[in-house]
Design a protein around this ligand. Structure first.
Ligand code: ATP
Ligand code: MG
Length: 431
C-alpha cells in the first residue's frame, strides 16, 4: 500500500458527525445576523501581505510571528493566508466603494491561518465568523454588536460567558498614555520579558496584551488608558455601557484589555469563558474608526467582532448543549438492481417534499444490491425512522412496504406507489 499522507499540523478535518454541529451553529448565527440586518460577504483567503502589515500592525504577535506569508513563485507577489478577516473586508469595501451610499452591515465566515503552537482551542487553521458595521460612528452600533452576540449565546443555551469591556480612546489620548506607559516600563526594565523589551519603544501598548504570566503583576499596575480619556471618549464609552445596562447585559471593565491588533480605538470587548482552559476568549472585537482611511478609503468609522467557531463549539460540547438528530427519515431498501429506474423517481419526489431519504448502495455492485438481511441491518444502523422496501413482487403490483424501524415492533404495511407521496406528506408534517 502507498504511504499515507497526513493533514498539516494544527489544521483539522471536520468529519460529518462534527460538521453537523458546525452547520447547526452557522444556521443559528446566520438567523441572528439576518435579524440584525447584516449581509454576507466573501473575500479571498489570500491577500497581499502589506494589507495585514499595515492594518494589524508591524509590531504585533500576528505579524511578527504568526503569518503564513510566501512569495508567489510565478510572479513574485508577496502574499499571506489571512490571519483574520477585518482587513480583507475593509480592503474589499474600499475597492468596491461599498460605502458610497451610506453605512453597511456585513458578516463573513471562513478559515483563518496563524502559525501558533497547536493546543486545545488554538489551531493553525481555525474558523471565524465576524460581523462588521462600517460607516457608523455611534455607540449604539457598538452595543448592537454586543447584544447580537449575547442573543446568540442565549439561544445556544451557553452559560458562564462573561463580557469584558474597555475603551482605547482616540489617537491624542493614546499618545499621552503611551508616554506614561514607556516611562513606567522603563522604571521596571528589569522585569520586562524579551517581547516587552523589544516593544517598549515601538509598541508599548502591546506589552499589556502579553500572555506571559510573569508579566501580569507588572501589567496590572501599569498606567490605564481609561485614565487618559477625554470627555468625548468617555461619553462614547458611557453610552455603550448605558445601553448594555438598559438591556440587562452584565459586563466588567478590564482596563488592560487592548486586543491583539493595532487598528482598534474607543470601545473594545471580549467574551470570555473559564471552561476552555487558557484559550477562553470566544469572541472579541471593537471599534476601528481609522482603518478604512489607512487602507486608502475615504475616512469612515467602523466597529466589529469575530468569534472563534472551534472555541464556541467546544464550549457547547463542554456544557452538553448539543442534542442533534443526524439520522435520515427514510432508508430505501431495493433488493433488485433492475428496480432502480422505478425507485429513484419515488425517492426524488419524497426528498422534494422535505423527507430525507438515504438509499441503500452496495460497496460492489457486481454482486447486485446485497441480501435483504444486510440491507435491513444497514437501515437499522442508519437510525432512520422507516424503511421503504421496494421488493419485486410489491413493485409488480405498484406497491411498496413501509416498515417502522423505531416503534419497537417493526410494524409494517403496504402502500401503493401512488399513495406513498401522500404518506410522505403526512410524515413530513409530523416531523
Ligand atoms: P487569543 O488571545 O486567544 O490568542 P486573539 O486575541 O489572538 O485570541 P482574535 O484575533 O481576537 O484572537 O480572534 C477572535 C477569536 O478567534 C478569538 O477570540 C478566538 O476565539 C479565535 N481564535 C483566534 N486565534 C485562534 C486560533 N489560533 N485557534 C482557534 N481560534 C482562534
Ligand atoms: Mg492570538
Amino acid at each position: 500500500m502507498a504511504q499515507k499522507i497526513q493533514a498539516v499540523r494544527g489544521m483539522n478535518d471536520v468529519l460529518p458527525a462534527e460538521s453537523q454541529q458546525w452547520e447547526y451553529f452557522e444556521t443559528v448565527l446566520r438567523g441572528w445576523l439576518h435579524d440584525y440586518g447584516y449581509a454576507n460577504m466573501r473575500t479571498p483567503i489570500v491577500e497581499p501581505t502589506p494589507l495585514f502589515v499595515r492594518s494589524i500592525g508591524e509590531v504585533t504577535d500576528i505579524v511578527e510571528k504568526e503569518m503564513y506569508s510566501f512569495e508567489d513563485r510565478l510572479n513574485g507577489e508577496q502574499l499571506t493566508l489571512r490571519p483574520e478577516s477585518t482587513a480583507g473586508v475593509v480592503r474589499a469595501v474600499v475597492e468596491h466603494n461599498l460605502l458610497y451610499e451610506g453605512g453597511k452591515r456585513l458578516y463573513y465566515m471562513g478559515p483563518m491561518f496563524r502559525h501558533e503552537r497547536p493546543q486545545r482551542g488554538r489551531y493553525r487553521q481555525f474558523h471565524q465568523i465576524g460581523a462588521e458595521a462600517l460607516g457608523f460612528g455611534g455607540p449604539e452600533v457598538d452595543a448592537e454588536l454586543i447584544l447580537l452576540a449575547c442573543a446568540l449565546w442565549q439561544q445556544l443555551g451557553l452559560r458562564d460567558i462573561r463580557l469584558e469591556l474597555n475603551s482605547l480612546g482616540q489617537p491624542p489620548e493614546r499618545l499621552q498614555h503611551r508616554a506614561a506607559l514607556i516611562a513606567y516600563f522603563e522604571q521596571h526594565a528589569d522585569q520586562l520579558d524579551e517581547d516587552a523589551k523589544r516593544r517598549l519603544h515601538s509598541n508599548p501598548l502591546r506589552i499589556l496584551d502579553s500572555k506571559n504570566p510573569a508579566m501580569k503583576t507588572l501589567n496590572d499596575a501599569a498606567p490605564k488608558l481609561l485614565d487618559f480619556l477625554g470627555q468625548q471618549s468617555l461619553a462614547h464609552f458611557n453610552s455603550v455601557k448605558a445601553i448594555l445596562d438598559a438591556n440587562g447585559v452584565a459586563y466588567t471593565i478590564n482596563p488592560r484589555l487592548v486586543r491583539g491588533m493595532d487598528y482598534y480605538n474607543l470601545t473594545v470587548f471580549e467574551f470570555i469563558t473559564d471552561q476552555l482552559g487558557s484559550q477562553g476568549t470566544v469572541c472579541g472585537g471593537g471599534r476601528y474608526d481609522y482603518l478604512i482611511e489607512q487602507i486608502g478609503g475615504k475616512p469612515a468609522p467602523a466597529v466589529g467582532w469575530a468569534l472563534g467557531v472551534e472555541r464556541v463549539l467546544e464550549l457547547l460540547k463542554e456544557q452538553g448543549a448539543f442534542s442533534m438528530e443526524t439520522a435520515p427519515d427514510v432508508y430505501a431498501i431495493v433488493p433488485e438492481t433492475t428496480a432502480l429506474p422505478m425507485v429513484l423517481p419515488v425517492l426524488q419526489s419524497l426528498r422534494g417534499m422535505g423527507v430525507s431519504v438515504q438509499m441503500h448502495s452496495p460497496a460492489n455492485s457486481n454482486d447486485g444490491m446485497g441480501s435483504m438481511k444486510s440491507q435491513f441491518k444497514k437501515a437499522d444502523s442508519s437510525g432512520a425512522s422507516f424503511a421503504l422496501v421496494f421488493g419485486p413482487d410489491e413493485l409488480a403490483q405498484g406497491q411498496v412496504t413501509v416498515k417502522s424501524l423505531r416503534d419497537g415492533q417493526g410494524a409494517q404495511r403496504t402502500e401503493t406507489l401512488a399513495d406513498i407521496l401522500g404518506w410522505g406528506l403526512s410524515l413530513q408534517s409530523a416531523l
